[in-house]
Design a protein around this ligand. Structure first.
Ligand SMILES: Cc1cc2nc3c(=O)[nH]c(=O)nc-3n(C[C@H](O)[C@H](O)[C@H](O)COP(=O)(O)O)c2cc1C
Ligand SMILES: CC(C)CC(=O)C(=O)O
Length: 401
């Protein structure tokens, strides 16, 4: 499949991708939770950051290469886990993995993939990570872990920010339903949480759905079940980062799920610095949400990320041109990132730090940014101070078990 010549950046894929998909699938892929405040802010927060070029830097032998939990990457960029990719292309996740490998990018297969996870790993030209939604029954979670191990996945990414799905107005308005040929094949036969139907007028969240939500004890249990590196996706509070490390997490992904779960959360890039400062190099911190340009990758690394994940643009690229589209999108992003490194005088990833930013955030302790946070990891209260220009607040008190 050839790449349309007018596609010169990641955003260009959205227009082309949408044109090939029905309205309800567009709403599923492109939508955010509720009013889309967080979805928009993920982009706008990147745009607010400014970069500072350096003149005449010695860039001989420069490289953007990265290595992370068994993935060798041309640039610190990974395809985010995204459900049901057959919605966009008949080859679904196979094409996503092939495209990512062709571009030298990493790829994380979703727990809700529309193809068999073992077949996917077998056909992927490069190693993959597996994203895990803990299942209501531990035996089912364990079955997924063992399949991931046996199939050669190099890491487990446990998504912890979606104990219930977001309020998806756009999907609801369009009446989004999975077509018959698309389903979560890897969860066949597993029990799933359901809302109690007895009192349909009452909220289904606390009547059924939340009963199956994972807690910290599930992370401790999972840690004891596998030697695979364990990354937690969706940790955004410094105290939760501490707790994750104490339980043996090997990496964290600062993420608001692309603005798809809790509308009103701060942008992911605004949440990154406090987590990175608290982690202080103990384990790698990654981020996702709103990464669309090589300069965004640079900004994320400047604020403490080791790598970024990219979501929606790759779904649109998949819809537009299958594996070739995914490879092209990721290659464009890597090229833009290399250009941004060169223009800011950074020949290696190790040379990227907050001085890349024209106005780096003040190096305040996390407690100042997150007044509710406590350095010892005791019970935090809330996240009162939103980034400049954003007045939302978020109660991040972890659930107790
Ligand atoms: C269509 C779609 C499906 C997604 N499915 C999953 C999923 O199955 N598991 C998961 O952890 N995150 C899922 N995500 C969230 C992404 O992994 C990622 O956090 C987010 O897309 C990053 O934001 P971006 O789209 O702005 O790059 C999904 C995102 C999209 C757009
Ligand atoms: C099956 C869905 C809950 C997958 C997901 O995480 C998403 O659509 O954001």
């Amino acid at each position: 499949m050839s790449i349309p010549p007018d596609i010169v950046c990641l955003d260009d894929y959205e227009r082309r991708g949408r044109a090939r998909l029905p309205a309800d699938i567009q709403a599923y892929i492109g939508g955010g939770a509720a009013d889309g405040v967080t979805l928009r802010d993920n982009r706008e927060a990147f745009a607010r950051l400014r970069l500072l070029p350096r003149a005449l830097a010695d860039l001989r032998g420069a490289s953007a290469a990265a290595s992370l939990f068994g993935l060798r990457l041309e640039a610190p960029v990974i395809a985010a886990p995204m459900a049901w990719q057959k919605l966009a292309h008949p080859e679904g996740e196979f094409a996503m993995a092939t495209g990512a490998a062709a571009a030298g990018a990493g790829c994380i297969a979703s727990c809700q993939a529309s193809v068999d996870m073992t077949e996917l790993a077998r056909h992927s030209p490069a190693p993959l990570w597996f994203q895990l939604y803990p299942q209501p029954r531990r035996e089912d979670t364990l079955a997924l872990v063992r399949r991931a191990e046996d199939a050669g996945y190099r890491a487990l990414v446990v998504t912890v920010d979606a104990p219930v799905n977001g309020v998806r107005d756009a999907e609801q308005r369009c009446g989004f339903r999975l077509p018959a040929h698309v389903r979560s094949v890897n969860l066949d036969g597993f029990a799933q949480a359901t809302a109690t139907r007895a009192q349909p007028a009452r909220s289904p969240v606390f009547r059924g759905l939340i009963d199956a939500a994972p807690g910290w004890d599930d992370i401790a249990w999972l840690r004891a079940q596998t030697r695979l590196p364990l990354l937690l996706k969706g940790v955004v509070h410094p105290d939760d980062a501490d707790r994750s490390i104490a339980l043996g997490a090997d990496g964290l992904i600062v993420s608001n799920h692309g603005g798809r779960v809790l509308d009103g959360m701060p942008a992911a890039i605004d949440l990154l610095p406090a987590v990175a400062r608290r982690v202080d190099g103990r384990i790698p911190v990654l981020m996702d949400g709103g990464v669309r340009r090589g300069t965004d990758v640079l900004k994320a690394l400047a604020l403490g990320a080791r790598a970024v994940l990219v979501g929606r643009p790759l779904y649109w690229a998949l819809a537009t041109a299958g594996a070739a589209g995914v490879a092209h999108a990721l290659a464009m992003l890597a090229t833009e990132f290399e250009a941004a490194m060169a223009l800011t005088g950074r020949p290696t990833l190790a040379a990227i730090d907050a001085t890349v930013l024209a106005f780096p955030p003040r190096a305040t302790p996390p407690e100042a940014t997150f007044p509710g946070a406590t350095p010892q990891g005791a019970t935090p209260t809330c996240l009162p101070e939103a980034p400049a220009g954003l007045r939302t607040k978020l109660d991040l008190e972890p659930r107790e078990h």
